[in-house]
Design a protein around this ligand. Sequence first.
Ligand SMILES: *Cc1c(COP(=O)(O)O)cnc(C)c1O
Length: 224
Amino acid sequence: MIAENVKKILSEISGGNPFGEKITLVAATKTRTPDEINEAIAAGVNDIGENKVQEFTEKYDAVRGANRHFIGHLQTNKVKYLIGKTYLIHSLDRMELADELQKRAEKADWVCDALIEINMGSELSKSGFSVEEAYDAYRALKKYPNIRLKGLMGMLPISENCEYLRSLCLSVRKIYDKIREKDDLFEHLSMGMSQDWRLCVECGSNMIRLGTTLFGPRNYPQTL
Ligand SMILES: *Cc1c(COP(=O)(O)O)cnc(C)c1O
């Protein structure tokens, strides 16, 4: 079932986005077992993302052959566990996190590839820079020698209003293009989850993070 889902999505995105860019599929693997994740990798997934440091670490050795993304909120006291292990951190959402990443990465003589997280819907429950702050945040974050900025990441709010969601995506794409004009390293716009990825791709996303669509509904343990 997982393999079929992966193949279906890979074929659906194989033509790229309307901006002529290749789309990268990141499998969002929270709560999934290493066996499930390895099945997705065998079916063609090259990128996987965890959103908790503990899960990232626990599954690290049992999963084989994929780029390891970190896509969840990252507490500063847990940064140390990710140093040297991530392919891309999607959730660079505040300056204190950049300070800690810089300090740890420098000590390890490592450069961390990261996306600046944008709080697209200005939601109190989510972190990240506002669209208005994004350019200044980029300029400030660009000064950290051990952090290499590769693009932007965002999560849409829940809404039935497609026009509203579309306008949010397009405003993020606009700031992404503004930065990309001057910065060749900028290549990822990570927007889109199971609910909304088609709309995000239409509006210029080139990296989607899918969990449910690939693996089915999540069963959280009772303790959560
Ligand atoms: C879980 C998760 C996803 C995927 O969610 P689905 O709705 O299952 O596709 C994407 N991004 C982040 C940051 C997540 O935590």
